[in-house]
Design a protein around this ligand. Structure first.
Ligand code: HEC
Ligand code: HEC
Length: 472
């Protein structure tokens, strides 16, 4: 018998059919079980299956982590660093999200093996992507930055990591950051270590302090004794070898106006005081971690007449950084004009323009002139015309490429002595030193990984030479 919903049996208009009684076919139990089944099928396909079947071979650039770096990796995970820092770069990041000069797009095989996997891909980029961080800064920079990121960048929002300074943890974290970027990263780190060796030897500084320092150590001082260049060599020649020589004698293209100087002072106060100090004397709060310490800009003599303090030299250092020192590159963060403006301002500091409420004026600007020693040197030795960058034939050997990256002012034929009077500085000796450091670090990481029983790719992966991203 047919009934409608209300059970009424009203007469239907002619030709109409009564609606069948509705009945639930799926019970809540069936709906629940079915829903869960659908959910777990999706999870199995999207999560479980890839984790257990996606096993790409190690990429050409892959390198294992040393034991110390592996401990640092755990600290990186425990301290939530991945919340603000991603660990992989996509093609679009090469332009947007990285401030490294030689960016590299991550490959699946970069995360091979159990020490890199599950990889620390991270969730967002509040700070820069760190997959290519290795070798970008020296260890002393990293230590000072972990102690207080505001020492290096007064505008940084990264939390400080002072709690890691009570034992060796900070050094483990530094090793992870310096070793995580594969073979190309190790090569860059080797370039950084080699440059540090050259800078310290040349300027007569000891190694930077290690481990727990607080911020209370005195700033390291140079040992001036016995460190004089051979009399036939320009004193600043080794420093100049880290600046592309097309910049050596160039002037500042901007006029010395009050506006330009004011903007230069603003940039200096925003970006540079953590290291170079509020007085410009190189004694900022970060300085006690650094060797060599930051440059002192208060000497009028240096401003007018230094062998490597021309406006072009300053510009190049700020644009690209100074490998081997904590001086970092601002080329991705400051506009070209702002760099030239801060260069103008630096040359007013000896006249007290960093004082409170002091407006720097054009009369404070100290004009730089090349000394006759510098002019004689570029005529007879490191001639401007021999700038390696003018020669567009590219070096193919990765160790030579790295040597030319950290010593852009050296031409292949140049050879000079460091201020200890004996150590040679040339592209050849730098490439050999960088290669030795790179091989040593790679061999030790492989030996550590083997001893830990890690899954390793064939030995040929280790012996294949590294590449320099951006140079192939
Ligand atoms: C709240 C977000 C945040 C957290 C958490 C964080 N960082 Fe950062 N980090 C940043 C920002 C922003 C910067 C860029 C400014 C600066 O250099 O301090 C940065 C910069 C860095 C740099 C320098 C990059 C470069 O070459 O200039 C390193 C290395 C770094 N962080 C490592 C770490 C490590 C290791 C941890 C965990 C112990 C960590 N960060 C935790 C936000 C964060
Ligand atoms: C993280 C610390 C740090 C920060 C931040 C920093 N510097 Fe430096 N700077 C150094 C160190 C260290 C040196 C190397 C000094 C040496 O070896 O004599 C240096 C060297 C320089 C030199 C070369 C000086 C010379 O005599 O050749 C210039 C120019 C310079 N810095 C400008 C700046 C400017 C401008 C800023 C801000 C936009 C800045 N620095 C930010 C640490 C820093």
């Amino acid at each position: 018998m047919e009934r409608d919903e209300r059970g009424d049996r009203e007469p239907l208009p002619r030709g109409w059919v009564r609606h069948p009684t509705e009945r639930m076919l799926i019970t809540p139990l069936v709906a629940g079980v079915g829903g869960l089944l659908a959910f777990f099928t999706v999870v199995a396909i999207v999560v479980w299956l890839p984790i257990h079947t996606f096993d790409p071979p190690a990429s050409e650039d892959w390198a294992p982590l040393s034991n110390t770096a592996l401990k640092g990796r755990n600290l990186f995970a425990q301290n939530g660093c991945y919340v603000c820092h991603s660990g992989y770069s996509r093609p679009q990041d090469v332009r947007e999200a990285l401030y490294f000069l030689y960016p590299k797009v991550s490959q699946p095989g970069d995360f091979y093996g159990s020490d890199q996997s599950p990889n620390l891909l991270g969730t967002e980029r509040t700070g820069p992507d760190l997959s290519q961080e290795s070798g970008w800064h020296p260890n002393d920079w990293q230590r000072a930055h972990f102690y207080d990121p505001r020492f290096m960048d007064p505008m940084s929002l990264m939390p400080d990591m002072k709690s890691l300074f009570s034992d060796k943890q900070v050094d483990e974290l530094v090793m992870f950051v310096e070793e995580r970027s594969g073979k190309s990263g190790l090569l860059r780190y080797a370039g950084q270590l080699y440059s540090k060796h050259v800078v310290l030897l040349n300027q007569g500084f000891p190694e930077a302090y290690k481990g727990f320092q607080g911020a209370h150590k005195p700033i390291v001082e140079a040992n001036e004794k016995g460190l004089k260049p051979p009399s036939t060599q320009l004193e600043e020649a080794p420093n100049l070898s880290q600046i592309d020589r097309s910049y050596w004698l160039s002037g500042d293209p901007l006029p010395v106006t009050e506006q330009n100087l004011m903007r230069g002072k603003e940039v200096f106060l925003q970006r540079c005081v953590g290291c170079h100090g509020l007085k410009g004397n190189g004694k900022g709060p970060g300085a006690s971690f650094l060797s060599p310490p930051p440059a002192d800009f208060t000497s009028a003599d240096d401003a007018c007449c230094g062998g490597d303090t021309g406006p072009g030299d300053f510009y190049y250092r700020i644009l690209r950084g100074w490998p081997g020192t904590a001086m970092e590159n601002f080329g991705e963060r400051l506009s070209v004009d702002d760099i030239w403006r801060v260069v103008l301002f630096l040359k007013t500091i000896p006249n007290g323009t960093l004082a409170h409420y002091r407006v720097p004026e054009p009369k404070d600007y100290i004009v730089w002139q090349p000394t006759k020693e510098l002019k004689a040197w570029v005529k007879t030795h490191q001639q401007l015309a021999n700038n390696a960058d003018f020669d567009k034939r590219m070096a193919k050997d990765p160790y030579v490429q790295e040597a030319m990256r950290v010593f852009p002012g050296l031409a292949p034929g140049d050879s000079m002595r460091l201020n200890d009077g004996t150590t040679e500085l040339s592209i050849r000796s730098a490439a050999a030193g960088i290669k030795a450091l790179y091989m040593d670090m790679l061999n030790r990481a492989w030996a550590d990984a083997k001893a830990r029983g890690e899954k390793l790719p064939p030995e040929t992966n280790k012996t294949a030479p590294p590449t320099v991203p951006g140079q192939q």
